[in-house]
Structures are given as structure tokens and as C-alpha cells.
Design a protein around this ligand. Structure first.
Ligand code: AGP
Length: 615
């Protein structure tokens, strides 16, 4: 996610803002910038790269001891990381300046409108459109900055937290929030703004957290006034005294980044389908797919190349693409694919999945496929990453930075993107009825709320973790769409608790693994109501008769498995193809709690790197 910092008060703004940006580096970013008002003029300095590079640049570009400024670390969503796309962005007049965290979905149409009115744009960002929309409103309606921001935001669709100021009125900063966090630090004759309290916690513990759809005009020596953006109604500001320390703030109050990212999945999935899924209108819109529709429809097969958790997401996509779009799919470990001299045809479509966008094996597999004439489509989480740049087209998962080495929100947002693509192709090929198509879209739109409900079982999952934290081996079983989830659940446990675990198709038990079963071997069985339910119940009975201890992941209200298993963890009901988005949640929580109870380094497990950029 982007990071926002601002200051207005009696101190020099620059040192506070630059240190504040350093405090927000943990959020992940690709560029940084600062706007300062030095008492007479507005100065902006920004650069691709780290805050340290910004510091060096500012030393050469700006000499300012002004007391008003805003700063930004950018996590690119629109426009690759470079100096021009970095924030802050000026309006055309050069009077207004903005920093923004979020995504403006309708920026293209707004940009077209503004261009007709003579506005020009230097960057590819949605943010530069927003600041010029604000300027256009301010001039046309002849209103103050605060009102112009309010009117402009009522024309915007998307998510944002913004800070704006006018160099001609350097005694105020206007801020607003919808979907991305924004806090106000209340000091003595000074105000701080930031994405979280880490940049100002050493100056003040009194903070106001804006709620969604709220905005504030922060003026020196004035009370903070908070208003609702849509109807201008006043909101009573709730000033809270912060108890968190710096480290806790960076983790959003969670003990580990991994837990924070597990809990971010509802919003990460929503951000991933935002602007792409219009369920009520029965529309899926993904420019990377639309622009290459012929290649997808003419493909004899789809080859998925990935590693680790991304490979598991690819395996889920095999079921989705074949089941819904009737396109043959082969899922390959990138590390194997790149060396086994694979047969690749020109009309093959290769989908490369990677959270980091830097995995060496996946990058090599892409280059091999391209060298043989295949069209390569990337599903990445990092804008402008090597894989994003190497692929012919792609679709980003808007999961935000994933800091924990164990992938969690990357997995569910990858499946979200792949499901959108499969549904869009199924619609184009006519392999899905319009009613079924709409059902899938409406259900997908409800998934974030259902993931939240699955997260509500966290405390119960923790009690199960306590029972099994000292076992030496686990088995994870699933069928159909949930077979890849069994593999993913086993990987999660292995990589953060160092307990050996294996995932298997449930029916495979009788071909050998059932010999392993005894009462020291807990078996996690994904047994949701949709898809081969009766078969999985008989697998559970086979295990039961051999004294295996069973943890069932079941559909809410299930009674049958409840009778047989030692523990059942419920997830909400959904359609079969979307069950992986829910069944993976308790498995993430189970591995997290076991690892914590064993005192493991959950966010940086031994021997592992977040991005495997070497073979
Ligand atoms: C999963 O929890 C691991 N961090 C690892 O398997 C990871 O999924 C794999 O290295 C692929 O990384 P990528 O998605 O960044 O390409």
C-alpha cells in the first residue's frame, strides 16, 4: 500500500515528513516524494526508488524550512514506477498538490473529460487526474479548496485516502478517506496526518482516525472539523489516546505481518475485483484479457507456470478453467518446465503466476515459452516487477505488499484474478449459461464477507492448534477444487512451524498413505458440501476406522462430518468453484497459531526468502 505523511504546525515540516516516510517503508513501495511550502513557494521533489534516494535528491533540489508539507511512498497500481508517476502530483496551474493512496476506478473517463477542457497530464496516474478534477471544480464553481475536494470526490468511483493543499492558502491541508486508512495526530499547535500513527507517535499519542466517506480541513489554531463527503454533515471527532508502540502500529495491531495479511484478505479480494467485476450488470472487464481475447479463445491449451503457493493457485485455476471454460490446462512447476525441453506451440497461452514478480524459475519459464512463440500472460502482485514487464500482458492482484514470507492474501487474490479470467472466457465461449455466469459473479462479490465469516473461527482454530502443536506429521486431504487447498495448507504448516505435512487427493489414501495413519497423525480433511461430499465422507470413515484423528473443514451447519471428526471448523457455504477462497482461511490460521505456539519466527521462517530470485 502507499504511505501518506503530512505536517502543518510550528516546526520545520521536512524532517518530520522524511522520517515519517521511513517509518512507512515497511508497507512496501517503489517510489517516494515530498511537497513543501517554504513560506513563499511550493516545491516538489520525487523519485523512483527508496526514501534514501529522495533524501539525496532533496538536498540538491530544495532548501526549505517551511512548516507545511506532505510526503508519499508509492505502491504502483496505475502506471509503472518512475519519477513522473511518483507522488505528489501538481494541478495544471501549479497551485494545488496532492498525495493519494488507493485506486480511482473511473479515472480514464474523468481524464478524457478534463482533456476536453484543456487539461494536460504528465503522468499515467489516476492521482494526477484527481488533482486536476479538484482544480477544475474549484475554478468552475469558484469555491474554496475544501468544497472543491468534496464536490470532486462525489464524482469519483474507487478507494482513496488523500491529502491536498493550495500554495495560495498555506494554512490548511484538506484530507479525505474512502477505503484506505488515514489518521490525524493532534499536537500542541500542530497537526500530523499519516496512513497510520507510526510517523507521529513520538510527537503525540492523540489521534483521530477518519472513517470511510469522511473528510477534514485541518487549519492551524482551529478545531479539526470532520464532515461526511456525500452530504457535508458534521461528524463528532473521536480523539483516542494511542496505546500501541511503533512495532505494533506497523503490524496494524497484529502480532505478525502474516496474521495482519490473513485478516486483510476480505479487503484484498475486494480491491482485486474492484473495477473489474460488476455483478449486477453481469460484467467482467479486464483490459489484459479483452485486448488478447482472440489468443485466449484460439488457445488449444493453457500452460500455467509458477512456484510454491502460486503453483497451488495455478492448480485451482486448472479446475476452474476446465470446468467453466472447457479449456485444457496443464500446471507446471516453473523450475521443472524450464529444463525439461517442453513441447510449446505458438497457439499455447502461458499464464505465469507470481506474487513477487521476481521468482527466477518463473521468469526463466516465461522466457522459454516466449522464445517458442507462446503468448504469456502474467498474474503478479508487484507493478513493474520483472515478470510483469517480461510477460506480453497481465492482470495485477491488488493485494498490497505481502511482507510475511508465507503467502496468504497472495493466494486468495491470485485465485480471484484467475476466476475472473476463467468466467470471462467461459462467457465468451458460451460454455456457461448467462444465469450461471451471473450466479458466479454475484457469489464472487459476496466472497469478501464470507472470508470475514471464516476468519471469525480464529479463536476456535487456536484451541485446535494448541491440541496438535507438538505432533510430528500432518496429512491434508481434499478432493476436486479443494485438492490444491490441501497442498497449500500443508505448505503453510511446513514452512512456518517446520512440522512435516503432506497434501493428498483424498482418494489417494488407499494407494499407500493410509498406512501412515495412527493416532499420532492428525488428518485435516476439507469436506465442504459442494463437490464429491459423499466420497470424502467415506474417506473420513476409512480414516476413523484406523484411529486417525480428524480435523474437518466443513460447510456451516454440517452434521455428518461433525459426528465423525474430532474437530470441525465451519466455513460459509458457496458455489463449488469458489470454495478454495474460504477453505484456505482456517488452514492459514491453524498453521499460524501452531507456529506461534512453537515460538517460530512466523514472518521470516528459517531458510526462506520472500522472493526466490535465484535458482
Ligand atoms: C509460499 O508461502 C512461499 N512463500 C513460496 O512458496 C512462494 O509462494 C514461492 O516462492 C513463489 O513466490 P512468488 O509467488 O513470488 O513467485
Amino acid at each position: 500500500m502507499c504511505g501518506i505523511v503530512g505536517y502543518i504546525g510550528h516546526r520545520e515540516a521536512y524532517p518530520i515528513i522524511i522520517e515519517g516516510l521511513k517509518r512507512l517503508e515497511y508497507r512496501g513501495y517503489d517510489s517516494a516524494g515530498i511537497a513543501l511550502f517554504d513560506g513563499t513557494d511550493l516545491k516538489v521533489s520525487k523519485t523512483k526508488g527508496k526514501v534514501a534516494e529522495l533524501e539525496n535528491r532533496i538536498k540538491k533540489e530544495i532548501t526549505s524550512n517551511g512548516s507545511l508539507g506532505i510526503g508519499h511512498t508509492r505502491w504502483a497500481t496505475h502506471g509503472v514506477p518512475n519519477d513522473v508517476n511518483a507522488h505528489p502530483h501538481y494541478s495544471n496551474s501549479g497551485d494545488l498538490v496532492i498525495i493519494h493512496n488507493g485506486i480511482i476506478e473511473n479515472y480514464a473517463s474523468l481524464r478524457e473529460e478534463l482533456q476536453k477542457r484543456g487539461y494536460t497530464f504528465k503522468s499515467e496516474t489516476d492521482t494526477e487526474v484527481l488533482i486536476n478534477l479538484i482544480e477544475d471544480v474549484k475554478i468552475k464553481e469558484d469555491v474554496k479548496l475544501g468544497q472543491a475536494v468534496q464536490i470532486a470526490l462525489n464524482q469519483v468511483v474507487g478507494a482513496y485516502s488523500i491529502a491536498v493543499f493550495d500554495k495560495n492558502k498555506p494554512d490548511e491541508i484538506v484530507i479525505a478517506r474512502l477505503g484506505s486508512p488515514l489518521a490525524i495526530g493532534i499536537g500542541e499547535d500542530e497537526f500530523f496526518i499519516a496512513s497510520d500513527a507510526s510517523p507521529f507517535i513520538e510527537y503525540t499519542k492523540n489521534a483521530i482516525y477518519l472513517e470511510d466517506e469522511e473528510m477534514a480541513i485541518i487549519r492551524l489554531n482551529k478545531e479539526v472539523k470532520i464532515r461526511k463527503i456525500h452530504d457535508d454533515s458534521l461528524v463528532d471527532p473521536y480523539v483516542q489516546e494511542l496505546q500501541m508502540n511503533l512495532e505494533q502500529i506497523e503490524k496494524g495491531g497484529y502480532d505478525h505481518f502474516m496474521l495482519k495479511e490473513i485478516y486483510e484478505q476480505p479487503s484484498a479480494i475486494r480491491d482485486t475485483y474492484r473495477g473489474r467485476l460488476k455483478a449486477n450488470q453481469g460484467i467482467i472487464k479486464m483490459s489484459g484479457v479483452e485486448d488478447n481475447m482472440k489468443k485466449f479463445l484460439n488457445a488449444n491449451r493453457i500452460i500455467v507456470v509458477a512456484c510454491g503457493t502460486s503453483w497451488h493457485a495455478g492448480l485451482v485455476s486448472e479446475y476452474i478453467f476446465e470446468d467453466l471454460a472447457r479449456i485444457p490446462v496443464e500446471v507446471e512447476y516453473a523450475s521443472e518446465f524450464r529444463y525439461r525441453n517442453p513441447v510449446i506451440h505458438e497457439n499455447d497461452v502461458v499464464i505465469a503466476i507470481s506474487q513477487s514478480g521476481e521468482t527466477a524459475d518463473t521468469l526463466a519459464a516465461i522466457k522459454l515459452a516466449k522464445s517458442k512463440g507462446a503468448f504469456v500472460f502474467g498474474v503478479c502482485n508487484v507493478v513493474g516487477s520483472s515478470i510483469a514487464r517480461e510477460t506480453d500482458a497481465g492482470a495485477y492482484t491488488h493485494a498490497g505488499p505481502e511482507i510475511g514470507v508465507a503467502s496468504t492474501k497472495a493466494f486468495t487474490t491470485q485465485i480471484t484474478v484467475l476466476t475472473l479470467i476463467a468466467l470471462r472466457l467461459a462467457r465468451a465461449k458460451g460454455t456457461i449459461s448467462s444465469s450461471d455466469f451471473r450466479l458466479h459473479l454475484l457469489e464472487l462479490e459476496m466472497i469478501p464477507d464470507k472470508v470475514q465469516k471464516a476468519l471469525d473461527s480464529d479463536a476456535y482454530v487456536k484451541t485446535i492448534a494448541d491440541i496438535y502443536k507438538n505432533v510430528k506429521n500432518f496429512l491434508y486431504l481434499g478432493r476436486g477444487y479443494n485438492f490444491p487447498v490441501a497442498l497449500e495448507g500443508a505448505l503453510k504448516l511446513k514452512e512456518i512451524s517446520y512440522i512435516h505435512a503432506e497434501g493428498y487427493p483424498a482418494a489417494e489414501m488407499k494407494h499407500g498413505p493410509i498406512a501412515l495413519i495412527d493416532d499420532d497423525m492428525p488428518i485435516v480433511v476439507i469436506a465442504t458440501k459442494k463437490g464429491h461430499y459423499d466420497k470424502i465422507v467415506s474417506n473420513i470413515q476409512e480414516i476413523k476406522s484406523r484411529n486417525g484423528r480428524i480435523i474437518g473443514i466443513v460447510t456451516k451447519g454440517d452434521k455428518t462430518v461433525k459426528e465423525l471428526a474430532d474437530h470441525v471448523i465451519e466455513v460459509p457455504e458457496t458455489i463449488e468453484s469458489l470454495t478454495p477462497l474460504l477453505t484456505t482461511i482456517p488452514l492459514q490460521l491453524l498453521s499460524y497459531h501452531i507456529a506461534v505456539m512453537l515460538g517460530k519466527n512466523v514472518d521470516q521462517p528459517r531458510n526462506l526468502a520472500k522472493s526466490v530470485t535465484v535458482e
